[in-house]
Design a protein around this ligand. Structure first.
Ligand code: ATP
Length: 253
């Protein structure tokens, strides 16, 4: 479903990704591992159209992706952020509805003047957002302003907003970072439910127990280059991965 060919990216003249090749099959969960600064978030930023690559190709199915972030989103890629990117002055419901508007078919004029099919589209957005808030255990926060919500709920709210856009590919950037063990278990279960729905997932996460439990396929980046690519068991036993990322005391599968 997703193919990267010799993908390069960087900041100004500083290269960060040095030609990444990657293939992700439909319905698969691929974990992207690597030490701090390895280039994982940069890769997600390129994959979601936030940064333009300096070279290489991104294919989603038969379609080569290029352009702006909204075009990547319309093609079916949704994401969450390592540092939450929530509309804090809006309610939880409005945050999720914002994700749903991507799929709304309503002209600018109808939206501005609340005419035509606007009411119907808004009702659908609201109903979908309410369903997702229920599914992700966020119903009690529905009308709360996001800045009044606890951190763990905000992490799930970002996932709900991403799911509202009905993605075919979901990019999760450290969804369990900063969560306690109970909240991490909830995220683990949620990720499994998302994959069971047939959504393909690329996961960046440092929690190895979570990663090894949910991944079909693991890719390790090291200084912007692919160091290893394979099933969780073989990658976690790879001496190069142990040396560059896991350390000798790390658990293997
Ligand atoms: P972490 O696990 O800490 O999130 P990462 O693997 O996601 O790390 P990136 O955030 O992609 O790594 O960073 C890759 C490299 O690019 C690092 O050397 C980082 O300092 C640099 N970098 C990241 N963002 C910028 C930026 N906006 N401007 C310049 N350099 C940046």
């Amino acid at each position: 479903m997703l193919k990267l060919r010799s993908l390069r990216s960087g900041y100004g003249r500083i290269p960060v990704l040095h030609g990444i090749d990657l293939e992700v099959r439909e319905g698969e969960l691929v974990a992207l591992l690597g030490a701090n600064g390895a280039g994982k978030t940069t890769l997600l930023n390129v994959l979601s159209g936030i940064y333009r690559p300096d070279g290489g190709e991104i294919w989603l199915g038969e379609r080569r992706l290029a352009g702006e972030a909204h075009q990547f989103a319309a093609a079916g890629i949704a994401r969450t952020f390592q540092n939450l990117q929530i509309f804090f002055n809006m309610s939880a419901l409005e945050n999720v509805m914002a994700g749903r508007w991507l799929r709304a078919r309503c002209s600018l004029a109808s939206t501005l003047f609340r005419l035509g099919n606007f009411r119907e589209v808004e009702r659908e957005c609201r109903a979908t957002a309410e369903r997702l808030l229920d599914e992700l255990g966020l119903a009690r926060w529905r009308e709360a302003r996001a800045d009044a919500m606890p951190y763990g709920a905000l992490k799930r709210l970002e996932i709900a907003r991403a799911l509202a856009a009905e993605p075919t590919l979901l990019l999760l950037d450290e969804p369990a970072a900063g969560l306690n063990p109970g909240e991490t278990r909830e995220i683990d279960e949620l990720i499994r439910r998302i994959v069971a729905r047939g959504i393909t997932v690329v996961l960046v996460e440092h929690n190895m127990k979570l990663v090894m439990g949910v991944s079909d396929h693991v890719v390790v980046l090291d200084y912007g280059r692919k160091l290893a690519d394979g099933d969780p068991r073989s990658v976690s036993a790879d001496p190069r991965v142990i040396e560059a990322y896991l350390g000798t005391g790390a658990p293997t599968c």
